[in-house]
Write a protein that binds this ligand. Structure first.
Ligand SMILES: [Mg+2]
Length: 233
Protein backbone atom coordinates (compact mmCIF):
# COMPACT_ATOMS: atom_id res chain seq x y z
CA UNK A 1 0.00 0.00 0.00
CA UNK A 2 1.40 3.42 -0.89
CA UNK A 3 1.95 6.08 1.73
CA UNK A 4 -1.07 8.08 0.54
CA UNK A 5 -3.32 5.01 0.44
CA UNK A 6 -2.19 4.12 3.96
CA UNK A 7 -3.14 7.61 5.13
CA UNK A 8 -6.59 7.32 3.54
CA UNK A 9 -7.05 3.92 5.22
CA UNK A 10 -6.06 5.46 8.53
CA UNK A 11 -8.56 8.29 8.06
CA UNK A 12 -11.34 5.80 7.25
CA UNK A 13 -10.44 3.70 10.31
CA UNK A 14 -10.52 6.77 12.56
CA UNK A 15 -13.98 7.68 11.23
CA UNK A 16 -15.23 4.13 11.85
CA UNK A 17 -13.89 4.38 15.39
CA UNK A 18 -16.09 7.44 15.94
CA UNK A 19 -13.40 10.10 15.68
CA UNK A 20 -13.48 13.19 13.43
CA UNK A 21 -10.33 12.70 11.37
CA UNK A 22 -8.54 15.91 10.38
CA UNK A 23 -5.87 16.11 7.69
CA UNK A 24 -3.70 19.24 7.71
CA UNK A 25 -2.96 20.55 4.24
CA UNK A 26 -0.70 23.52 3.71
CA UNK A 27 -1.44 25.44 0.47
CA UNK A 28 1.58 27.23 -1.03
CA UNK A 29 3.90 24.67 -2.59
CA UNK A 30 2.10 21.83 -0.83
CA UNK A 31 -1.30 21.64 -2.60
CA UNK A 32 -0.79 24.60 -4.94
CA UNK A 33 2.25 25.24 -7.09
CA UNK A 34 3.28 28.91 -6.85
CA UNK A 35 5.71 28.68 -9.79
CA UNK A 36 3.41 30.34 -12.38
CA UNK A 37 2.85 33.22 -9.92
CA UNK A 38 6.63 33.73 -9.64
CA UNK A 39 7.05 33.55 -13.43
CA UNK A 40 4.32 36.11 -14.10
CA UNK A 41 5.75 38.62 -11.62
CA UNK A 42 9.26 38.23 -13.02
CA UNK A 43 8.07 38.73 -16.59
CA UNK A 44 6.12 41.83 -15.56
CA UNK A 45 9.25 43.23 -13.95
CA UNK A 46 11.32 42.35 -17.02
CA UNK A 47 8.84 44.20 -19.21
CA UNK A 48 9.32 47.35 -17.12
CA UNK A 49 13.08 47.18 -16.64
CA UNK A 50 15.27 46.34 -19.64
CA UNK A 51 18.20 45.57 -17.26
CA UNK A 52 16.11 42.69 -15.94
CA UNK A 53 15.22 41.25 -19.37
CA UNK A 54 16.87 37.92 -18.47
CA UNK A 55 13.99 37.26 -16.05
CA UNK A 56 11.55 36.80 -18.91
CA UNK A 57 13.53 33.76 -20.04
CA UNK A 58 13.46 31.97 -16.66
CA UNK A 59 11.77 28.57 -16.92
CA UNK A 60 9.68 26.81 -14.24
CA UNK A 61 12.51 24.52 -13.10
CA UNK A 62 14.73 27.53 -12.30
CA UNK A 63 12.26 29.16 -9.91
CA UNK A 64 13.55 29.24 -6.33
CA UNK A 65 11.69 30.15 -3.17
CA UNK A 66 13.16 33.67 -3.09
CA UNK A 67 12.79 35.79 -6.19
CA UNK A 68 16.20 37.35 -5.61
CA UNK A 69 17.83 33.88 -5.65
CA UNK A 70 16.08 33.09 -8.93
CA UNK A 71 17.22 36.44 -10.32
CA UNK A 72 20.84 35.97 -9.23
CA UNK A 73 20.90 32.54 -10.88
CA UNK A 74 19.60 34.23 -14.05
CA UNK A 75 22.56 36.60 -13.98
CA UNK A 76 21.14 39.69 -12.25
CA UNK A 77 23.81 41.00 -9.89
CA UNK A 78 23.11 44.67 -9.33
CA UNK A 79 21.97 45.06 -5.71
CA UNK A 80 19.76 48.09 -6.37
CA UNK A 81 17.90 46.23 -9.11
CA UNK A 82 17.53 43.12 -6.94
CA UNK A 83 16.09 45.15 -4.11
CA UNK A 84 13.67 46.84 -6.50
CA UNK A 85 12.63 43.41 -7.79
CA UNK A 86 12.14 42.18 -4.26
CA UNK A 87 9.72 45.05 -3.49
CA UNK A 88 7.93 44.61 -6.83
CA UNK A 89 7.47 40.90 -6.04
CA UNK A 90 6.29 41.60 -2.48
CA UNK A 91 3.63 44.00 -3.74
CA UNK A 92 2.14 41.32 -6.01
CA UNK A 93 2.84 37.81 -4.71
CA UNK A 94 0.23 37.96 -1.94
CA UNK A 95 -2.51 39.62 -3.99
CA UNK A 96 -5.73 37.78 -4.79
CA UNK A 97 -5.46 38.27 -8.57
CA UNK A 98 -2.02 36.69 -8.60
CA UNK A 99 -3.13 33.71 -6.48
CA UNK A 100 -5.30 32.67 -9.42
CA UNK A 101 -2.17 31.91 -11.45
CA UNK A 102 -1.21 28.96 -9.24
CA UNK A 103 -1.64 25.43 -10.52
CA UNK A 104 -2.19 22.35 -8.39
CA UNK A 105 0.68 20.18 -7.26
CA UNK A 106 -0.02 17.03 -9.34
CA UNK A 107 -2.62 14.79 -7.71
CA UNK A 108 -3.31 17.18 -4.83
CA UNK A 109 -6.98 17.87 -5.53
CA UNK A 110 -7.77 14.19 -6.21
CA UNK A 111 -6.08 13.31 -2.92
CA UNK A 112 -8.05 16.00 -1.04
CA UNK A 113 -11.29 14.63 -2.48
CA UNK A 114 -10.21 11.13 -1.47
CA UNK A 115 -9.73 12.38 2.11
CA UNK A 116 -13.36 13.53 2.09
CA UNK A 117 -14.54 10.22 0.60
CA UNK A 118 -12.68 8.36 3.34
CA UNK A 119 -14.60 10.35 5.96
CA UNK A 120 -11.85 12.84 6.70
CA UNK A 121 -11.94 16.60 7.07
CA UNK A 122 -9.29 18.45 5.06
CA UNK A 123 -8.00 21.45 6.99
CA UNK A 124 -6.35 23.93 4.65
CA UNK A 125 -3.88 25.33 7.15
CA UNK A 126 -1.99 28.10 5.40
CA UNK A 127 0.33 31.00 6.10
CA UNK A 128 -1.79 33.09 3.72
CA UNK A 129 -3.60 35.79 5.63
CA UNK A 130 -7.27 36.79 5.77
CA UNK A 131 -6.82 39.40 3.02
CA UNK A 132 -6.04 36.50 0.67
CA UNK A 133 -9.23 34.57 1.42
CA UNK A 134 -11.08 35.54 -1.75
CA UNK A 135 -8.34 34.50 -4.17
CA UNK A 136 -7.64 31.39 -2.14
CA UNK A 137 -11.26 30.21 -2.34
CA UNK A 138 -11.40 30.87 -6.08
CA UNK A 139 -8.14 29.04 -6.64
CA UNK A 140 -9.20 26.00 -4.58
CA UNK A 141 -12.49 25.73 -6.48
CA UNK A 142 -10.85 26.25 -9.86
CA UNK A 143 -8.60 23.24 -9.25
CA UNK A 144 -11.36 21.00 -7.94
CA UNK A 145 -10.42 20.98 -4.26
CA UNK A 146 -13.30 20.26 -1.88
CA UNK A 147 -14.88 23.60 -0.94
CA UNK A 148 -14.22 24.77 2.62
CA UNK A 149 -16.37 26.17 5.37
CA UNK A 150 -19.74 24.67 4.50
CA UNK A 151 -20.25 23.69 8.13
CA UNK A 152 -20.45 20.19 9.59
CA UNK A 153 -17.69 17.99 8.24
CA UNK A 154 -16.89 20.27 5.30
CA UNK A 155 -13.22 21.15 4.86
CA UNK A 156 -11.89 24.05 6.88
CA UNK A 157 -9.83 26.98 5.68
CA UNK A 158 -7.54 28.36 8.38
CA UNK A 159 -5.81 31.60 7.40
CA UNK A 160 -3.36 33.73 9.34
CA UNK A 161 -5.16 36.56 11.15
CA UNK A 162 -2.46 39.12 10.37
CA UNK A 163 0.06 39.23 7.52
CA UNK A 164 2.91 40.27 9.83
CA UNK A 165 2.63 37.27 12.13
CA UNK A 166 5.63 34.91 11.70
CA UNK A 167 4.49 31.67 10.02
CA UNK A 168 6.05 29.27 12.51
CA UNK A 169 4.48 30.97 15.55
CA UNK A 170 1.15 31.09 13.76
CA UNK A 171 1.32 27.41 12.83
CA UNK A 172 2.24 26.43 16.40
CA UNK A 173 -0.68 28.40 17.82
CA UNK A 174 -3.15 27.45 15.08
CA UNK A 175 -2.37 23.77 15.57
CA UNK A 176 -3.85 23.82 19.06
CA UNK A 177 -7.10 25.37 17.85
CA UNK A 178 -7.40 22.80 15.07
CA UNK A 179 -6.65 19.92 17.45
CA UNK A 180 -9.70 20.91 19.48
CA UNK A 181 -11.91 20.24 16.43
CA UNK A 182 -11.14 16.57 15.99
CA UNK A 183 -8.39 14.04 15.76
CA UNK A 184 -5.35 15.10 13.73
CA UNK A 185 -4.49 12.00 11.72
CA UNK A 186 -2.11 13.36 9.09
CA UNK A 187 -0.51 16.50 7.74
CA UNK A 188 1.31 17.71 4.63
CA UNK A 189 3.82 20.59 4.54
CA UNK A 190 6.58 21.84 2.26
CA UNK A 191 8.32 23.79 5.03
CA UNK A 192 10.72 21.59 7.06
CA UNK A 193 10.31 23.66 10.26
CA UNK A 194 6.53 23.33 10.02
CA UNK A 195 6.42 19.60 9.34
CA UNK A 196 8.86 19.08 12.22
CA UNK A 197 6.62 21.11 14.51
CA UNK A 198 3.61 18.99 13.51
CA UNK A 199 5.52 15.72 13.95
CA UNK A 200 6.76 16.77 17.39
CA UNK A 201 3.36 17.91 18.58
CA UNK A 202 1.48 14.89 17.16
CA UNK A 203 4.01 12.05 17.04
CA UNK A 204 1.28 9.46 16.42
CA UNK A 205 -0.05 11.23 13.32
CA UNK A 206 1.26 10.66 9.79
CA UNK A 207 3.12 13.85 8.91
CA UNK A 208 4.55 14.12 5.40
CA UNK A 209 7.13 16.50 3.93
CA UNK A 210 6.22 17.73 0.43
CA UNK A 211 9.53 18.31 -1.29
CA UNK A 212 8.76 21.10 -3.75
CA UNK A 213 10.44 24.33 -2.67
CA UNK A 214 10.80 25.98 0.70
CA UNK A 215 12.32 28.99 2.40
CA UNK A 216 15.78 27.44 2.48
CA UNK A 217 16.07 27.88 6.24
CA UNK A 218 18.77 25.41 7.28
CA UNK A 219 16.41 23.03 9.06
CA UNK A 220 16.65 19.33 8.25
CA UNK A 221 13.39 17.37 8.13
CA UNK A 222 13.04 15.25 11.26
CA UNK A 223 14.07 11.62 10.93
CA UNK A 224 11.19 9.31 10.24
CA UNK A 225 9.12 11.96 8.41
CA UNK A 226 8.52 10.61 4.89
CA UNK A 227 8.78 12.82 1.86
CA UNK A 228 6.82 13.03 -1.41
CA UNK A 229 7.28 15.29 -4.44
CA UNK A 230 3.62 15.33 -5.42
CA UNK A 231 0.36 13.48 -4.71
CA UNK A 232 0.47 11.01 -7.57
CA UNK A 233 2.33 8.50 -5.43
MG1 LIG B 1 3.88 26.16 2.06
Amino acid sequence: MSLLQAILARVAAARRAGRRPLVLLDLDDTLLDTTPRHLRIMSEFAALRPEAAALSGVGPAAVRYRVTETARAAGLVEEGLLSELSSFWGERFFKNDYLLLDTEVPGASAFSRAVVSAGGVPVYFTGRDEAMREGTLKSLLRHGFPAPDGGGDAPRLVLKPRFEMPDLAYKAEGLEGIAAEGSIEAGFENEPAHVNLFAERFPEAAMVFVDTKHSGKPVPVKRGVPSIRDFRA
